[in-house]
Design a protein around this ligand. Structure first.
Ligand code: GLN
Length: 380
């Protein structure tokens, strides 16, 4: 394996899902719903395939989807973007992240990320040859440490990567935090890369899109996807929205990573994004019930549960159970309790920092969540 990828193992999500199957445990690890996406979107995909929309799509996206993304963005943020010049369709947000790092970062550029971070940020930054600076967010509220952030910025800082609502903690960056990051970026001529795939799963606060803050659109790459919003994580349709000068670099990388993504699924995604408001309201209502079941169960089982404002994840402190670290606790949880969670230490440059925390997901049907909670209450 190439040196730049030596330290990365099989992703923790794959590892834990494999263990779930092996031990017959209930999988509250990898974030994928165990229920299906909406009928009208699945029907649209079937129809697109039958209509012969099956050859290569235009590299930067099927025009209807680019337009639907721009329309959705306008509705959500008030920003008007050119679907042809500022929107690029990718194979999930994961590809958008890779294209951002590879298309806009030079070897040696410094990029700041907040730990715990989604694993692909570190891996793709390594591929790009970036120098990673990680700033740790600490429980209970995972607030941005302002002074630490200020002193991490140097003349070599090219970008700050943010993720709101935040995987794995469920933290949502507050307006004050975003404004602070924005002012530092403007002052020091730094870009913002923002992963907002959980924007429709914002429960306790209003989601704020970084690009919508004054002076920020021109220096921001906003990434999103349909995976979480439409419970179709296997479709891998995502996108990036950025001003033309950043889209140029982004598309150079995208052209040679995947060139284009699945044509019929793009057509169906364009239908999905036109869903009525009631769809999004219902999604949130359903997830709130699920979250309630899981959070109540985790508390009753003896975990220290940190508040989650968005995403379909909750982070807990497992130390009341006396295990040495997150990995040891998760192994015990799978073997003896029959439930899978994600150890968070892989989401830090220094794994020690995550050793007390594990992540549970509540993107499962209510019966599955109740069954997992019952096991934890009885066996922990
Ligand atoms: N985003 C999903 C999660 O955090 C996992 C995606 C993956 O398996 N790479 O659980």
């Amino acid at each position: 394996v190439a040196k730049r990828l030596e330290k990365f193992k099989t992703t923790i999500f794959t590892q834990m899902s494999m263990l779930a199957i092996k031990h017959g445990a209930i999988n509250l690890g990898q974030g994928f719903p165990n229920f299906d996406g909406p009928e009208f979107v699945k029907e649209a995909a079937i129809q697109a395939i039958k209509e012969g929309k099956n050859q290569y799509a235009r590299g930067y996206g099927v025009p209807e989807l680019n337009s639907a993304i721009a329309a959705r963005f306008k509705k959500d943020t008030g920003l008007e973007v050119d679907p042809e010049k500022e929107v690029t369709v990718t194979s999930g947000c994961t590809e958008a992240i890779a294209a951002t790092m590879l298309g806009l970062i030079n070897p040696g550029d410094e990029v700041i990320i907040f730990a715990p971070f989604y694993d692909s940020y570190e891996a793709t930054l390594s591929m790009a040859g970036a120098k990673i600076k990680s700033i740790t967010l600490h429980p209970p509220d995972f607030a941005v440490p302002v002074n630490e952030l200020k002193s991490a910025i140097t003349k070599n800082t090219r970008a700050i990567m943010i993720n709101t609502p935040h995987n794995p903690t469920g933290k949502m960056f507050s307006r004050e935090e975003l404004e602070l990051i924005a002012s530092l970026c403007i002052e020091n001529d730094v870009l913002v890369f923002t992963d907002e795939v959980y924007d429709k799963l914002a429960f306790e606060a209003e989601h704020i899109c970084m690009a919508s803050l004054p002076g920020m659109y021109e220096r921001t790459v906003t990434m999103n996807s349909i995976g979480k919003t439409f419970s179709l994580t296997g479709w891998k349709i995502g996108w990036a929205i950025a001003p033309p000068h950043l889209t140029w670099g982004f598309r150079q990388a995208h052209s040679f990573l995947t060139f284009a993504t699945s044509t019929p699924m793009q057509w169906a995604a364009s239908v999905a994004l036109k869903a009525p408001d009631t769809y999004f309201e219902e999604l949130k209502r359903d997830y709130l019930v699920k979250k309630e079941i899981l959070v109540e169960g985790l508390k009753a089982s003896g975990f220290i549960v940190y508040p989650s404002s968005g995403t379909y994840f909750v982070v807990v402190d497992h130390t009341p159970f006396g295990y040495e670290n997150d990995v040891a606790f998760c192994e015990y949880l799978i073997r003896e309790v029959g439930v899978v969670a994600i150890p968070t230490s892989v989401f830090y440059l220094d794994p020690e920092e995550g050793k007390n925390l594990v992540r549970f997901t509540f993107c499962k049907d209510e019966d599955t969540l109740r069954a997992a909670v019952k096991r934890m209450k009885e066996r922990l």
